[in-house]
Design a binder for this molecule. Structure first.
Ligand SMILES: *[C@@H]1O[C@H](CO)[C@@H](O)[C@H](O)[C@H]1NC(C)=O
Ligand SMILES: *[C@@H]1O[C@H](CO)[C@@H](O)[C@H](O)[C@H]1NC(C)=O
Ligand SMILES: *[C@@H]1O[C@H](CO)[C@@H](O)[C@H](O)[C@H]1NC(C)=O
Ligand SMILES: *[C@@H]1O[C@H](CO)[C@@H](O)[C@H](O)[C@H]1NC(C)=O
Ligand SMILES: *[C@@H]1O[C@H](CO)[C@@H](O)[C@H](O)[C@H]1NC(C)=O
Length: 770
């Protein structure tokens, strides 16, 4: 009797499981939606964010920047949003503005509580979008165009993710990636207690944690992962906009997915073989008759013309041709974690003059920091280093993606508050028992900040009494303040270079109120931190939160909880080191704003959020985050006008390919056009540069655009105030390019003296790739 019941009921039970597994009623099922939008921003004249190098202004595009987002929702319950920006960091002002837009659009669905906006820490994106004085000195103040590109792009990516919400599952996987980061301040790390260090094999975190999103109907639709390594593969002298190693990894992975029909990872350097496949599918095979190709090519001369429509729509066709339009676009994001002391320049730091390793304790060469540079694996080619560190992360992510089998199950939840870190009481254990209350301090930066790091030695001109520096610096320099005794003591042993927390003119120099946030998706917990935690600081924070979440008093979490730190999220407040690392006052310690107890303060506040999360209690909201938009000063001059010499039109070729040229795969093709300032039209979701291939006898098909690793758009002016400019487009012909007849096109927009914007285009003569 018992047996027969089992045989009847067992299959029904299984059926029910399968049914609930498809999102009918189970708590283990979510609605998931992904989005992605162009946030490249102004590709000229704007200072790049990261190295604080006044000389480093954008002048072209290596590849485009994107905002990628996921939303996970319980069908009738909570939801969380995570946005990953190909930007140096999140900005408080951007976050505030995005939340305003979301409120207008969706009411209370998306608020500061459940939206996290995080930056990958590329040092090759346009700056000027942060609101505190220190972060916009080198960009000549606030840059509205950078700011708008971010706010608009984030809003668009969230709208996409929201509209894409459909039943699906999420899988988590974790693995070690060994060769994509090294500790750049090992002497500070070594000051952490030996007993603590002995618990870890490495002096940086090697774990990558990946989420795989699987739509019930379409299958895999994307992945997000967290891994700690700086976005400093591109150097402090690079001027092409680039997502650095994480942006590259994301581009590689999305392209990989789109052409994964063979299941193998392309060995091609530029990962563009899917375009090749598409192109070779739509182009009738031209017999490989070199003579015939040359004759065909000879009939297409260089040309230029005005366009009535925005040519960016053409470029959109390149990428959209690469994917099935009837399914959601595959989105893959590579997010930042506790990268504070982690450099992607894995070969180590060497002196430019002697070629010997820099001084271990001070990262100097003969006592000077200016000559000590970290070397990436592609040294001396920074594009190669970016590609290699990007590819290592990409390959690990694919492995984790293919192997992901642990499904996220359980509640979606979140806790958020804001904390004034300039005067936080922090309770610490006293030696011999009991507790002490210590305080954090108003923000201040130490002298070692000016020295920079081995990823970008400082030539920072924020020094008191310094007569140099740019116009913005001259404007604010006289507002510097000498710290009082209380501040000096509080920040000890940091020697204060800039007392930013106590400088409020013309408006705040540094943040004091910071957001802290926990997002929970089942057994995955994301800690949104508004800064760059070092390796050990991150470990301490994760361990402290884990202890609270898995404490015996609660059944909410089993022992299986995955905790990731999302670095540079929601706002930015520089570095967070451990107390012991702070003592060493290397760059990271000098940039830990709120004094030696900054990390302990964070741990205290995150433990409160974690307790509230497990107990189901709410947390008190903290002080409001300041919105300083109305106070911003902008000194970057707008584009006055563009012009060409007499007899030359915008888009005319100024240096063409040689007549009757034949190129081999692996060659470079370079064409120079008369151009205009890229700030006139950012070509958002479009392109400044296009490689086209001839289809049949007279129709051209897009093959590569400025989002491809193999195509570089380099913009230049002969002199700073010149109205004339050139666009140099350089195509590094991939091994996977199809043989055929090609041409290179440029798209731009020119501004007249009266301010009207006219779009133009130009194309090179045709050439053969054989
Ligand atoms: C890639 O291809 C392999 C083999 O065809 C397949 O098993 C795998 O699921 C594919 N990966 C993705 C992301 O589609
Ligand atoms: C270019 O090559 C074609 C085919 O070989 C030839 O017919 C033509 O004369 C060449 N033109 C020039 C300008 O060399
Ligand atoms: C670094 O500094 C520590 C502590 O001052 C010292 O013991 C050590 O020898 C130094 N290391 C090197 C390589 O100079
Ligand atoms: C911090 O502690 C001091 C006493 O040490 C107390 O006066 C003050 O109110 C506390 N501040 C907060 C915000 O709790
Ligand atoms: C093409 O250009 C790249 C980047 O500037 C350079 O590294 C490479 O050596 C060039 N290749 C050839 C064949 O000239």
């Amino acid at each position: 009797m018992a047996r027969s019941i089992r045989t009847i009921w067992f299959p029904i039970f299984v059926l029910l499981l399968v049914e609930t597994g498809r999102g009918v009623k189970s708590a283990s099922n979510y609605l998931i939606g992904l989005g992605s939008y162009d946030i490249t921003g102004p590709a000229a004249d704007v200072n790049m964010m990261g190295y604080a190098n006044t000389e480093q202004t954008a002048s072209g595009v290596h590849f485009r920047l994107r905002a990628r987002a996921f939303i996970v929702a319980e069908p009738k319950g909570n939801r969380v949003v995570f946005v990953n920006l190909d930007a140096c960091m999140a900005s408080q002002l951007v976050t505030i503005k995005v939340l305003e837009r979301l409120k207008t659009r969706y009411g209370d669905l998306y608020t500061e509580n459940n939206v996290a906006i995080s930056g990958i820490h590329t040092h090759a994106g346009p700056g000027g979008y942060l609101q505190y004085v220190v972060y916009i000195v080198t960009s000549l103040g606030f840059v509205r165009q950078s700011f708008d590109a971010l706010v608009d792009g984030i809003e668009q990516t969230i709208i996409q993710a929201h509209n894409n919400l459909r039943p699906g599952s999420i899988y988590v996987n974790k693995g070690e990636l060994i060769d994509a980061g090294v500790n750049r301040s090992p002497s500070a790390y070594l000051n952490n207690p030996a007993t603590e260090r002995s618990k870890y094999k490495y002096d940086v975190d090697k774990d990558m944690t990946l989420l795989k999103f699987v739509d019930d109907e379409w299958g895999p639709i994307g992945s997000f992962n967290w891994f700690a390594t700086h976005g400093t593969s591109m150097s402090r002298t690079n001027s092409l906009i680039s997502g650095d190693n994480k942006g590259a990894a994301a581009r590689f992975m999305e392209d990989w997915f789109d052409h994964n029909s063979s299941g193998s990872i392309s060995s091609d350097l530029y990962m563009s073989s899917k375009i090749h496949r598409r192109v070779s599918n739509i182009i009738p095979v031209i017999e490989d008759n070199h003579h015939e190709l040359l004759e065909l090519a000879a009939s297409f001369e260089s040309s230029s013309g005005k366009s009535t429509t925005r040519y960016s729509s053409l470029a959109r066709r390149v990428r959209s041709a690469l994917r099935q339009t009837d399914r959601p676009k595959f989105v893959s994001a590579f997010c930042q974690s506790n990268c504070g002391d982690v450099s992607p320049n894995v070969l180590g730091a060497f002196c430019l003059d002697t070629g010997l390793p820099c001084d271990f304790n001070h990262s100097t060469c003969g006592g000077k920091n200016e000559l000590c540079y970290g070397r990436g694996p592609g040294y001396p080619d920074e594009f190669e280093s970016t590609r290699i560190i990007g590819e290592r992360q990409f390959r690990k992510a694919v492995e984790l993606f293919d192997g992901a089998s642990e499904k996220l199950n359980g509640k979606i939840d979140y806790r958020y508050t804001s904390v004034d870190f300039s005067e936080l009481n922090v309770t610490i254990p006293k030696e011999g028992g009991g507790t002490n209350v210590v305080k954090t301090c108003p923000a201040a930066m130490g002298f070692a900040f000016a020295a920079g790091t081995t990823d970008g030695p400082g030539a920072f001109d924020f020094k008191q009494g310094d007569d140099k520096g740019n116009a913005f610096w001259r404007l604010v320099r006289d507002l510097l303040k000498n710290p009082g005794k209380e501040q000096v003591d509080c920040q000890h042993p940091k020697p204060i270079l800039l007392d930013t927390g106590e400088m409020k003119l013309p408006y705040d120099w540094a943040p004091s109120v910071l957001p802290v946030q926990i997002l929970r998706i089942g057994q995955l917990v994301i800690l949104s931190v508004p800064g760059e935690f070092t390796t050990m600081a991150g470990r301490r924070l994760r361990d402290a939160v884990k202890k609270v979440l898995t404490s015996a008093s609660t059944k909410e979490f089993g022992s299986n909880v995955h905790i990731v730190i999302a670095g540079l999220t929601n706002t930015y407040s520089q570095y967070v080191t451990t107390f012991e690392e702070y003592d060493m006052q290397r760059y990271e310690g000098a940039s830990t704003l709120y004094g030696p107890h900054t990390l302990t303060g964070y741990i205290q506040e995150f433990k409160k959020l974690a307790s509230a999360l497990v107990s189901g209690k709410t947390v008190e909201s903290g002080p409001p985050l300041p919105n300083l938009l109305d106070k911003q000063i902008s000194l970057l001059t707008p584009v006055v006008m563009d012009a060409t010499p007499i007899g030359v039109k915008f888009g005319d070729v100024s240096s063409d390919v040689a007549k009757n040229s034949t190129f081999k795969k692996g060659d470079n093709v370079t064409v120079v056009f008369w151009s205009a300032c890229p700030r006139n039209d950012l070509m958002t979701e479009g392109t400044f540069a296009l490689v086209e291939i001839l289809k049949g006898k007279d129709s051209w098909v897009p093959a590569y655009d400025d989002d491809d690793f193999c195509l570089r758009f380099i913009w230049s002016r002969p002199a700073k105030l010149s109205t004339r400019s050139h666009a140099t487009i350089k195509w590094l012909i991939p091994q996977t390019a199809a043989s055929g007849v090609y041409r290179i096109r440029h798209f731009g927009a020119a501004k007249s003296l009266l301010g009207s914007i006219k779009h133009f285009t130009g194309s090179s003569s045709a050439f053969v790739v054989a």
